[in-house]
Design a protein around this ligand. Structure first.
Ligand SMILES: [Zn+2]
Length: 450
């Protein structure tokens, strides 16, 4: 018995020594903190536009030349922003939309197909606005999804964002519990989620809108209450509503995430995202280019920066006939916020992917008090499974370390990563996909984007 007692004392003592040692080691650890946004930005924004109103390749190129280049365009000098767009494979619309990958509902490549392929491979066309436009007439069948996915795979076009579209005839939309959205309903003839999600669709917009400026940030009383000292009763009512009822600060806070895990009708899990629209009337009407200046007004952008939020603006950028002087000024103001290093602006895919990588990055730090090594392990993706990030996945990630410490960033898979003044680890890669290819203007398609 005595021997056991001594053994117990020894084990307990060793454990205590170990705990003390760990505590001391931890205390001497160099502090390493992951910054929320790529350095030096204070917030992140993109415009996620539906392709509905574009009918010709010329219209598409005209607006994107203005958004994505610095050339002198019909709207003035280009904005040089990384703003992408959505696209369609088919159209069953009587307007005979020509800006679709296939001609009508056939499997013949349209005259726009080359441009669509090139912009999709470059990262500018980063979202399918469902497989096509079936508004007013319907006509979507599973075979169309099969043909579309086969073509996208054959051409090595990778699209990871799906945006639901249109009226009740657009039964190809995917959702959960919405009767006219049958894309994920296993008993419907329109069912296609079993091929579309495994193809690579990761981020879905299932028609969720928000008026809250900035997601992935804390919602406060001032977000819900418009203090009007001349009408104290009205203000009081708003304050009470913020704490009692169905839509309170705490319910909004729990849902104010940029990405949420969502189960589709067929049980598959995906990430869904919200789009922002602050139009005060019918929120669906606010997605017109006419209202863009209010969605990206100076006040909205100031609030977004102060709250350090992410925001995906919902609009139809391609209604270029509505691109008036005030909207162009608002876009110029936004472009300047990006240029000044205030608001990170990129394509919807890059923004969503950055958010996913940032929030699920698993890394460890090793240091001797002077030098620190940040070891990138993996991304703990809770929906599609843990994966090893590529260099492109890591672009923009920024770590803060003390000034007097030497830092090294190492990936388990591709070794040491280029570090720029410790901030940020991959700043030089931030520009992808802004390699606008001059030859995309209609004639020559020989240019490589990477
Ligand atoms: Zn649409």
């Amino acid at each position: 018995m005595k021997a056991y007692r001594w053994l117990s004392v020894a084990i307990i003592s060793l454990t205590l020594i170990f705990i003390v040692a760990i505590t001391v080691i931890n205390k001497s650890k160099v502090s390493v903190n992951l910054r929320k946004f790529p350095y030096p930005y204070r917030a992140a924004l993109t415009i996620c536009s539906d392709i509905d109103s574009i009918e010709t390749v010329e219209e598409f190129l005209s607006i994107h030349e203005f958004l994505n280049t610095e050339r002198v365009t019909r709207f003035g000098k280009g904005l040089n922003l990384e703003i992408g767009d959505t696209f369609w494979m088919y159209s069953n619309n009587i307007r005979s939309n020509q800006f679709t990958y296939f001609e009508g509902l056939t499997d013949r490549r349209s005259s726009s197909a080359k441009v669509i392929e090139q912009f999709a491979k470059a990262g500018y066309l980063d979202a399918l606005h469902t497989f096509g436009d079936f508004s007013n007439y319907g006509g979507f069948k599973r075979e169309l999804a099969e043909k579309a996915i086969k073509e996208l795979k054959k051409r090595e076009i990778k699209v990871h964002i799906w945006v639901n579209h249109g009226d009740i005839y657009n039964t190809q939309s995917m959702n959960n519990g919405k009767s006219n959205h049958k894309g994920a309903n296993t008993s419907a003839t329109e069912y296609h989620a079993d091929i579309t999600i495994p193809y690579g669709m990761k981020f879905l917009w299932v028609t969720e809108l928000t008026r809250i400026v900035g997601q992935d940030r804390k919602v406060e009383l001032s977000d819900l209450v418009h203090y009007d000292w001349k009408s104290p009763i009205k203000t009081d009512k708003e304050i009470i509503k913020a704490y009692v009822g169905e839509i309170t600060i705490s319910t909004i806070n729990s849902g104010n995430k940029l990405l949420r895990i969502y189960e589709l009708d067929d049980g598959q899990l995906v990430y869904i995202f919200k789009r922002f629209n602050n139009y005060q009337g019918n929120i669906w009407k606010g997605a017109s280019l006419k209202y863009l200046k209010n969605q990206i007004s100076k006040d909205v952008l100031e609030k977004l920066k102060n709250k350090e939020g992410y925001m995906i603006v919902y609009n139809h950028l391609t209604e270029d006939d509505l691109l008036d002087k005030d909207t162009i000024s608002a876009l110029r103001y936004l472009a300047n916020e990006n240029k000044k290093g205030e608001i990170y602006i990129s394509t919807t895919y890059k923004l969503l992917n950055y958010n996913l990588i940032h929030n699920n990055l698993v890394y460890t730090t090793i240091d001797d008090g002077k030098d620190v090594t940040i070891l990138i392990n993996n991304i703990n993706d809770k929906v599609f499974g843990q994966f090893k990030p590529t260099i492109r996945d890591l672009q923009g990630l920024t770590f803060y370390v003390p000034d007097d410490v030497k830092v090294k960033v190492v990936s388990r898979d591709f070794g040491p990563i280029n570090v720029k003044n410790t901030l940020p680890i991959l700043q030089e890669k931030l520009v992808y996909p802004s390699h606008w290819c001059p030859s995309t203007i209609l004639s020559d398609y020989g240019c490589s984007f990477f």
